[in-house]
Design a protein around this ligand. Structure first.
Ligand code: NCD
Length: 327
């Protein structure tokens, strides 16, 4: 990789570092990260951001191949991993519609993964079953990156969410983070709450009764000393929130669609809501939104959800470079 001279003095943590952190490792759960890992990942993500801003695409992963294996719909996660790989000079085998692959002939996940690793250096996997990424990782020799396993985890989203909080608010310790919406089925809030437990934060969980944060997750965080509060009503915690993390009600996870109908419009963030919030706050959403945030909020400087998507590119570039031994 040849850097322009004005970038050569920046000491970017990029290059061939096969003994580097996370080289050859799977990314399955946020439980595998300590605080200094996060600092490292975010340092690399910052370097990626600089590189993209200055030269757009570069050859750090030239010759490497990513298999993007998606058993569930995705826009941001699949296209940001694809863009991340291509901006690093690598290429991608995209399998977005498993119905057109041998999965529709009844092939098992371990066999599909063993097939793809013959052709690719790393596999990004999204699957409807909790634990699928771990099963794939057991079968595979190459790194598996969990891009969402059912209602389980979405670790790369949590990393980009945390990166966003740091970029938007300058710190994580001392913040009050309010998670709103579907906390039962939302894998992004499961991963983010666990990741935030590494910091000194207060977590508010605001949801309909039937979509509460799982009790075992709350207990797990309690043992780590995280201050957590559950509410039904946003107004009781809105004014103290530094981050308002809004989620979509996960229609596809409901067994009973009447239950979905009864909670789908439970919370809607509008410009009125924003008047009662802190003047320095970040409204985040993993997206897609289906009515939880009015488009009228988009022009508010606190609306961070579009910037959040962009940060996802840099964090995923960092992760790919790390697991492939180039950061
Ligand atoms: C989320 C997901 O797939 O869990 N989307 C994403 O990856 N940005 C959130 C959602 O689908 O509601």
């Amino acid at each position: 990789m040849t850097l322009p001279t004005h970038l050569q003095s920046m000491h970017l943590p990029l290059g061939d570092q096969r003994t580097g952190r996370f080289y050859g490792q799977d990314i399955l759960s946020v439980a595998q990260f300590a605080r200094d890992d996060l600092e490292y990942i975010f340092g690399v993500a910052e370097a990626m951001r600089t590189m993209v801003a200055h030269i757009g695409t570069f050859d750090l992963l030239k010759g490497k191949i990513l298999a993007n294996l998606f058993y569930e719909p995705s826009t941001r996660t699949s296209s940001s991993f694809l863009a991340a790989m291509e901006r690093l000079g690598g290429s991608v085998i995209p399998i977005n519609e498993v119905k057109y692959s041998s999965v529709s002939k009844g092939e098992s996940l371990p066999d599909t993964v063993r097939t793809l690793e013959c052709y690719a250096d790393v596999i990004v996997l999204r699957h409807p079953e909790t634990g699928a990424a771990a099963i794939a990782a057991q079968a595979a020799r190459k790194p598996i990156i969990n891009a969402g396993d059912g209602i389980g985890e979405h670790p790369t989203q949590a990393l980009l969410d945390l990166f966003t909080i740091r970029q938007e608010l300058g710190r994580v310790d001392g913040l009050t983070v309010t998670m709103l919406g579907d906390l039962k089925y939302g894998r992004t809030v499961h991963s983010l709450a666990k990741l935030l437990s590494l910091f000194n934060v207060t977590l508010n969980y605001v949801s309909p009764e039937i979509l509460r944060m799982p009790a075992d997750l709350i207990k797990q965080l309690e043992t780590k000393g995280v201050l957590q509060r559950e509410q039904r009503d946003l107004d009781s915690v809105l004014a103290e929130s530094d981050v308002l993390y809004v989620t979509r009600v996960q229609k596809e996870r409901f067994e009973n669609l009447d239950e979905y109908e009864s909670v789908k419009g439970a919370y809607v963030i509008t410009p009125e809501t924003m008047k009662r919030a802190k003047t320095k706050m970040a409204v985040m959403h993993p997206l897609p939104r289906v009515g939880e945030i009015s488009p009228d909020v988009d022009s508010d400087s606190r609306a961070a959800y579009f910037r959040q998507m962009e940060y996802g590119l840099y964090v995923r570039m960092a992760l790919l470079a790390m697991v492939l031994g180039k950061a």
